[in-house]
Write a protein that binds this ligand. Structure first.
Ligand code: ZN
Length: 222
């Protein structure tokens, strides 16, 4: 099962990815996490990545394609993958289709988590991340001065520079401008699964599972 999880920053992609990993036993390829890891490593590439992310801008295609290609060739991605955070433009989607074709593979479904702009801004402005493991937490504004430690590893929680309110609206606008045409691209390929991302986490999960099961039955031997 080769999947793309698609949605604006704050649409719930990270949460749903966790469910999909458990259900289908395929790895998540979260480009945002891979980029943050590069950035933490402090390499020349990481510094390059950092300068784009801190401004809420997209990382250039050639950087991303190199990172993803390397990841897709690892053994754990042999039976499928969940791509989260890529593609973000039609040009990237075309490049991905070509790359997969060379590897004898294809995208089976694109899950689009649809969430309104105002709900996205509210969600992101209250979001904090663990410095060590990238786990994500949501806190009300009045809790900001008294944050707990990460419940996974006790790491320090902070607001990522690109989750600050003044950057958030810009990130969402960048998303809408560059990636709305992707909806048309994957609709034309009959691969888009349009999901209401404002339902509860459990309802979103159930809807995704139901649609992918129908897809698998319909796909026969594929
Ligand atoms: Zn942590």
């Amino acid at each position: 099962m080769n999947l793309i999880l698609f949605g604006a920053p704050g649409a719930g992609k990270g949460t749903q990815t966790g469910s999909l990993i458990d259900t289908y036993h395929i790895p998540a390829i979260a480009t945002g996490d891979m980029l943050r890891a590069q950035r933490r490593a402090g390499t020349a590439l990481g510094e390059q990545v950092k300068s784009y992310m801190d401004r809420g801008e997209l990382v250039p295609d050639n950087l991303m394609i190199d990172i993803i290609k390397e990841r897709l060739q690892k053994p754990d991605a042999k039976n499928g993958f969940i791509l989260d955070g890529f593609p973000r433009t039609v040009a990237q989607a075309e490049a991905l289709d070509r790359k997969l074709d060379q590897l004898g593979r294809r995208v089976d479904a694109v899950i689009y988590l649809r969430v309104s702009r105002q709900v996205l801004i509210d969600r992101l402005s209250h979001r904090y991340s663990c410095r060590t493991c990238d786990a994500v937490y949501n806190f009300a504004p009045q809790q900001a001065g008294n944050l707990p430690r990460c419940s996974v590893d006790g790491g320090d929680l902070y607001q990522r520079p690109d989750d600050r309110p003044e950057i958030v609206a810009h990130r969402i606008d960048v998303f809408l401008k560059h990636t709305a045409p992707l909806i048309d691209y994957y609709t034309a390929q009959h691969k888009l699964e349009n999901i209401d991302g404002q339902m509860s986490v459990d309802d979103v999960r159930a809807d995704i599972t139901r649609r992918l099961s129908a897809l698998r039955k319909g796909a026969g031997s594929r």
